[in-house]
Design a protein around this ligand. Structure first.
Ligand code: ARG
Length: 260
């Protein structure tokens, strides 16, 4: 009799264990995103072709070169890439206080920013350009001296115009700046090259003026909180791979051509 009780209780225990295991197995297989870790990327989705909002993008409502890169970094590390959209000026603060893990926003590596955050390998070359009306007489940066200049707040374009010593007005969004230009309220918008190409394509009567002597080459990279080596290594490995296998060039070409 004693032996019988023992066997029964062992069977019950085994059955319970089986139930427990099944429960665990279920929860991990039913929803991948629940059990997977995630990387929270902060961006400012006002910067085509790198990040902008559409009805159905590569990550939720977000689309663009950077968003596709973020998604790939997630996949390469078996993590879910999540996007937090915020003002460009808020990104470095959000990194510092842990609201986001990484910032991917067509962000130019600068010495000033390097003091606050760590940057990944660079993944895109850009430069500042001037967008003007087709009949404008602006042909080089110094021609902006007595013109009404518009920049976007906190972008490197603002730093460049400041350095030239010209006065300017700043707006929070590229689209607002372009509207000023289209409506004849300013003479020139200084902004990153690929984004300028997009705006000129989408708005009639505008053209791009370059001044490669005045505006230096800029490089975009992903920022993480200072010292977050683990995440930086994951990101770098992924970027390196995407540079080598041509994925970034492919994305750049695809999104430069697409009409959003
Ligand atoms: N490259 C410029 C900078 O780093 C502009 C970046 C703007 N990016 C954005 N997602 N709004 O300042």
């Amino acid at each position: 009799m004693k032996k019988f009780v023992k066997i029964v209780s062992m069977t019950v225990a085994a059955a319970l264990m089986a139930v427990t295991f099944t429960a665990c197995g279920d929860s991990s297989s039913s929803s991948d995103s629940k059990s997977k870790g995630s990387i929270k990327f902060g961006t400012n989705a006002e910067f085509p072709p790198f990040e902008y909002v559409v009805s159905k993008g590569v990550i939720g409502e977000f689309d663009g070169i950077d968003m596709a890169i973020a998604k790939q970094i997630g996949e390469d590390n078996d993590k879910e890439a999540k996007i937090e959209n915020m003002e460009f000026d808020s990104l470095l603060v959000a990194l510092d206080n842990g609201k986001i893990d990484a910032a991917i926003a067509g962000m130019t590596v600068t010495d000033e920013r390097k003091e606050k955050v760590d940057f990944s390998e660079t993944y895109y070359n850009a430069k500042q350009v001037m967008i003007v009306k087709e009949d404008s007489d602006i042909a080089k940066a110094s021609d902006m001296a007595d013109k009404k200049i518009v920049v976007i707040q906190g972008y490197t374009g603002e730093t460049c115009v400041k350095k030239l010593g010209f006065s300017y007005q700043s707006f929070k969004k590229g689209t607002e700046a372009i509207m000023e230009l289209v409506n004849g309220k300013c003479d020139v918008v200084v902004i990153d090259s690929a984004t300028a190409d997009k705006y000129v394509k989408d708005n009639k009567g505008l053209k791009i003026v370059e001044d490669n002597k005045e505006f230096e080459n800029e490089e975009y990279a992903i920022a993480v909180k200072k010292g977050n080596k683990e995440l930086l290594d994951e990101i770098n490995k992924s970027i390196k791979k995407m540079k080598e296998d041509g994925k970034i060039a492919e994305l750049a070409a695809k999104y430069a051509d697409s009409t959003n």
